[in-house]
Design a protein around this ligand. Structure first.
Ligand SMILES: NC(=O)c1ccc[n+]([C@@H]2O[C@H](COP(=O)([O-])OP(=O)(O)OC[C@H]3O[C@@H](n4cnc5c(N)ncnc54)[C@H](O)[C@@H]3O)[C@@H](O)[C@H]2O)c1
Length: 373
């Protein structure tokens, strides 16, 4: 499925929506990129937009409270949506409908149902909507994948994630902070490493006795992936001492060997066979920004296009349902219920027609996905 490309001689003009922590990181990356120009910052709170605009050091940088109005006022080429998850759907829908491609922060939306509506809206408008899963963009993760290529079938992927941040604010109060706010990164990385989508999950979440979070800050999840591999996530957000990398600490077991990755340094493989280094995808949000711009200019398929990304959020929803219900949850059940909700909630007749045209959710997502790197 193709999307509209942009003819441009110079850097692409971008507006950042959401002037919070991640909006600041995006603004800095755009300013530092030779391929992009920051032309505006939008936030519901004008003072937040003004503060970030001042921090960029760009004199007279345009600001506003409505990202789409600001993009039109500044003749922007695209929007980076770094708003809160609840605003991902409305802001991205409005941008796509106004003819603006979107690079969005994870998660794709607040729910899988909204993610499906966004996939249909991207199809209807022909605009690119890519979700930035920044932890996919790490040279050592790519190297781990390249090393696996020579080791035969991959059967077991396990990640330990142990950190002890004191965020303050909403994460300390929300239900399932680890699963909802963090685990999507490792779930998405596992999909990338395996080139496989999830089938089912059994998950337990709990709150260690000393936890400073109101919701469950620890979880164990076992996913069955298509092709038969298992992916195990073992994590805690309240475990001081010997913390793992924020990327997690990985053991990947294949038919003829094992790859270990500490989440930061080059992975090691046993046996240590020669491997193809593969393509350089860049690092962190700078990598996804580069891929988004390249896609818009030459039509190349980026990782994390909305269709390819929704399944990572489906893993999160399935895991939280499994933990709440104390049983294994099939991903297809999550997709079916989300599809029904997307149909029931959709108010745009043309987006609704796209949703109705899908032979099945899995087929719609997979026939349009291409995250094989
Ligand atoms: N990739 C990562 O490593 C990473 C890290 C942190 C956060 N995130 C993601 O980035 C996003 C933003 O997180 P954050 O920590 O910066 O949140 P934040 O609360 O610090 O900032 C969000 C900002 O968005 C603004 N906003 C809300 N609705 C808006 C709208 N309709 N239009 C314009 N502005 C709007 C808010 O006023 C706020 O200033 C979330 O989706 C979060 O999951 C990603």
């Amino acid at each position: 499925m193709s999307f509209r490309t942009i003819q441009s001689e110079g850097p692409l003009r971008l507006v950042v929506a959401g002037a919070g922590g991640m909006g600041g990181a995006w603004a800095r990356n755009i300013v530092g990129s030779p391929d992009a120009e920051l032309v505006g910052i939008a936030d519901l709170y004008p003072e937040a937009a003004a503060k970030l605009a001042a921090a960029t050091g760009i004199g007279g940088l345009a600001t506003g409270t409505d990202a789409i109005e600001l993009a039109q006022r500044t003749s922007a080429d695209a929007i980076v949506n770094a708003t809160i998850p609840e605003a991902h759907h409305p802001v991205t829908i409005a941008a796509l409908s106004a003819g603006l491609p979107v690079l969005g922060e994870k998660p794709v939306a607040a729910t899988v149902a909204e993610g499906l509506a966004l996939a249909a809206a991207a199809e209807h408008t022909g605009q690119l909507f890519m979700v930035s899963q920044n932890r996919r963009y790490h040279p050592a993760l790519h190297q781990a994948k390249q090393r696996l290529a020579g080791l035969g079938a991959v059967g077991i992927v396990s990640v330990d994630f142990f950190q002890s941040p004191h965020f303050g604010g909403f994460r300390d109060e929300m239900a399932s902070p680890l699963l909802l706010d963090m685990a999507i990164h490792q779930f998405d990385m596992a999909r990338y490493l395996l080139d496989a989508d999830p089938v089912s999950v059994s998950c337990e979440e709990y709150n260690p006795a000393w936890s400073w979070y109101a919701g469950d800050a620890a979880a164990n999840a076992v996913f069955a992936m298509d092709g038969g591999a298992r992916f195990t996530f073992n994590g805690s957000w309240c475990s001081p001492g010997h913390e793992t990398s924020w990327n997690g600490s990985w053991r990947i077991s294949a038919e003829r060997g094992t790859v270990l990755w500490d989440g930061e340094n080059d992975p090691s493989a046993a046996p240590d066979e020669p491997f193809e280094p593969g393509e350089d995808h860049g690092r962190d949000i700078g990598g996804s920004l580069r891929q988004f711009i390249a896609a818009l200019l030459d039509g190349s398929e980026p990782m994390g296009r909305v269709h390819a990304n929704v399944m990572s959020l489906a893993m999160v929803e399935a895991a939280t349902q499994s933990a709440a219900q104390g049983r294994r949850v099939a991903i297809d059940d999550v997709l079916d219920r989300s599809y029904a909700a997307a149909l029931a909630n959709e108010r745009d007749p043309e987006v609704l027609a796209v949703l109705k045209s899908w032979p099945s959710v899995r087929e719609a997502l997979s026939s349009k996905r291409s995250d094989s790197e």
